[in-house]
Design a binder for this molecule. Structure first.
Ligand code: GAR
Length: 198
C-alpha cells in the first residue's frame, strides 16, 4: 500500500506539482491544505481531483484555534506523512504533537544557515557563493529539525534573489521527491539530530 501524504502549501505549489508528477508507487497524495484561498497549489491539486482544504488564520480568533483546526483537518485524511512544500507558517503544538517526527519541510537555504521566511534573500545579503535547499523533519523550532537531505547551488556575483530561488527550486523539487519517496517506502530512524533512511 502506498503511504498516505498530506501536502501543505501557501504559494505557487511547484514542489507540490513535482510530487503530483512523480511516480507515486510509494505514496499517494490524499489531501492538500493551504493557509490562503489564493494559493496556486490548490488549483494544481483540484486539477488532479485531490481533496483540498483552506485553513486561513484570518478565520480564527487566535493562533491556537487555527492550529487545532489545522490538526483536525489534516488528521481527517489519516496521513502517514505530512509534507510542508512552501507552507509559510510556523506549525503549532496541536499539529506537531499529532504528527510527531512525521512532518517534512523543505527550506530554500543550507540549514542551519539562513532559517526563516527569507532564506534566499538572507543568504544573498550575507554574500554567500554557495547556497541551496534543505529537506528536514519539523520540530518545535524554526527550521531546526533533523536534516534528511540537502542540495547545493552556486551563486554568481550578479545573481538576484529571484534567479537564485528559481535555481534552488530546480534541485529542491528533485530532492523533495526523492526523500519523500524513500521515507514513504522505507521509513526512517531518528537518533538525536541524525536521521537514517534504511
Ligand atoms: C520553496 O522554495 C520552499 O523551499 C520555500 O518556498 C518555496 C515554495 O515554492 N519555503 C520556505 O521558504 C519556507 N520557509 P513552491 O510554492 O513553488 O513550491
Amino acid at each position: 500500500m502506498p503511504a498516505r501524504i498530506v501536502v501543505l502549501v501557501s504559494g505557487a505549489g511547484s514542489n507540490l506539482q513535482a510530487l503530483l508528477d512523480a511516480d507515486q508507487h510509494a505514496f499517494q497524495i490524499v489531501g492538500v491544505v493551504a493557509d490562503r484561498p489564493e494559493a496556486q497549489g490548490l488549483v494544481r491539486a483540484r486539477s488532479r481531483d485531490i481533496p483540498t482544504l483552506v485553513v486561513d488564520p484570518r478565520d480564527f480568533p487566535d493562533r491556537s484555534a487555527w492550529d487545532a483546526a489545522l490538526a483536525h483537518g489534516i488528521a481527517d485524511w489519516s496521513p502517514d506523512w505530512v509534507v510542508c512544500a512552501g507552507f509559510m507558517r510556523i506549525l503549532g503544538g496541536a499539529v506537531l504533537s499529532a504528527f510527531s517526527q512525521r512532518i517534512v519541510n523543505t527550506h530554500p537555504a543550507l540549514l542551519p544557515a539562513f532559517p526563516g521566511a527569507h532564506g534566499v534573500r538572507d543568504a544573498l545579503d550575507y554574500g554567500v557563493r554557495v547556497t541551496g535547499c534543505t529537506v528536514h523533519l519539523i520540530d518545535a523550532g524554526v527550521d531546526t529539525g533533523p536534516i534528511l537531505g540537502q542540495a547545493a547551488v552556486d551563486v554568481g556575483t550578479d545573481d538576484d534573489v529571484e534567479a537564485v530561488h528559481e535555481r534552488i527550486k530546480v534541485v529542491e523539487r528533485r530532492l523533495l521527491v526523492d526523500i519523500v519517496t524513500r521515507l514513504c517506502s522505507e521509513g526512517c530512524t531518528v537518533d538525536g539530530r541524525r536521521v537514517t533512511i534504511p
